[in-house]
Design a protein around this ligand. Structure first.
Ligand SMILES: [Fe+2]
Length: 428
């Protein structure tokens, strides 16, 4: 256990080794599912039951999976698939049919998925900030393709670009090709999708640009069909296999967005999910004075706690840390709480320090009642189970049934060894 003061809850630090075999995955079809291998914790990687595809997309791999009856629900079948980098040349799925795209702002991924799959998550690319930043993001993309070419998607958690100019967007898009991630409509339901959240820099920096949403939409056309996509906010959900992903917009908090979240979490789509993962840019709990806490996120935290959200991925502070399983800002010894993984900057190099031993955040809960969460960042009872700064990093997350196994990698040319592997146990 990666315990900090004995209160790490469901977070377990797992040292060494790489996680997971690679599941076979479709190159182009929207309804093929792969069956990955069991994750390997603290040891050598295990083989998947599906043979791994490669980036060429013309390979085949035996795989389980197949037809999709209703939104996101896998059913038996068989098929063969190519790798993520395929440009439509992957194998065809067995008895595949398209899934459904939900209404009312929710999107179920068109296509089946196994209960074991991987995806990348990172934040603060800030392309356009400097030549070094652009290079670092390209390095990270190349690493991701080396580490897991079959990851089904990547979540880019805000501050994709430094200032929302065309130059910064072009630098961003150039790098994506190295990671074989796709933003186009043709890949909206295919493996290798690039799914973005937004925050302040994506609107223009240091001042907001009038054309930011036009540029955002031009460079991220596929996700326009997911949920709410407007200048007043970009938030959406998607169901993949047994996981409900909830993407929120922390630079445009609103009662409308909170109401959408509340409705989503009360839905059968949410209730039937084995795991719920939320992702947005600004952290509610933080241990650096570089930014204020995202107090407008407290109603979301309240909803997360009441609806058994397992993991929240945040960014923004240009530090890397993870909390114990939290409720009301306190570690839960039974592990039944929400783990907050702070993604370090994948490419930005203006790192911050942990300079707040104690902190609090005040706002309101989902019902509008005042709420203040006070917490310690260090020492016995501190909420952090791990913390690092001065590091560019990204995470590969493997979903295995009701468990999430995270592997965190430093951005470094050719590096395929995680500096930390960790787990969130949603089986409790
Ligand atoms: Fe940032």
């Amino acid at each position: 256990m990666g315990a900090n003061g004995g209160t790490s809850g469901s977070v377990m630090g797992v040292n060494g080794g790489t996680s997971g075999g690679r599941g076979a995955q479709a190159g182009n079809a929207s309804s093929i599912q792969g069956q990955g291998g069991a994750p390997s914790l603290g040891g050598a990687a295990s083989a998947g039951t599906g043979a791994a595809g490669t980036s060429g997309g013309t390979n085949s791999g035996a795989m389980t999976g197949g037809a999709v009856g209703t939104a996101g629900q896998p059913s038996a079948g068989s098929g063969a698939g190519g790798g993520r980098a395929a440009t439509g040349a992957g194998g065809s799925g067995g008895n595949a049919s398209a899934g459904q795209v939900g209404a009312a702002g929710n999107s179920s991924v068109a296509g089946a998925a196994s209960s074991a799959f991987t995806f990348f998550a990172f934040g603060d690319a800030h392309t356009g900030q400097s030549a070094d930043t652009n290079t670092t993001f390209r390095t990270a993309m190349t690493q991701m393709q080396l580490i897991d070419p079959l990851a089904v998607f990547a979540f880019s958690n805000g501050d994709l670009v430094e200032d929302s100019t065309s130059a910064s967007w072009n630098a961003h898009d150039d790098a994506l090709a190295l990671g074989a991630f796709h933003t186009d409509v043709a890949h909206v339901d295919a493996p290798g999708r690039y799914l973005a959240l937004m925050d302040n820099h994506d609107r223009g920096f240091p001042t907001e640009r009038s054309d930011w949403f036009t540029l955002w939409s031009q460079h991220l056309p596929a996700q326009a069909s997911l949920g709410h996509n407007g200048a007043d906010g970009v938030y959406y959900s998607l169901r993949y296999a047994n996981v409900l992903f909830i993407a929120l917009d922390s630079i445009h908090p609103s009662t409308a967005q909170t109401s959408w979240l509340s409705t989503l979490l009360a839905s059968s789509e949410a209730k039937s999910a084995a795991l719920k993962i939320a992702i947005f840019h600004e952290p509610v709990y933080l241990c650096t004075s570089a930014h204020p806490p995202f107090a407008d996120g407290l109603p979301w935290v309240d909803l997360f706690e009441k609806n058994a959200v397992n993991l929240v991925l945040v960014s923004h502070t240009h530090t890397y840390e993870r909390t114990c399983a939290l409720r009301q800002g306190a570690c839960q010894s039974d592990g039944k709480g929400v783990v907050y993984q702070q993604l370090g900057p994948v490419a930005a190099n203006n790192f911050r320090s942990f300079d707040m031993p104690n902190a609090s955040v005040s706002g309101s809960d989902a019902a509008g009642k005042p709420r203040t969460d006070s917490y310690s960042c260090s020492g016995a009872g501190g909420i952090l189970t791990t913390s690092k700064t001065n590091i560019n990093d990204f995470c590969l997350l493997r979903v295995e049934g009701c468990r999430i196994i995270g592997s965190s990698y430093e951005v470094r040319t050719g590096n395929t060894t995680p500096f930390e592997t960790w787990e969130v146990d949603g089986c409790r």
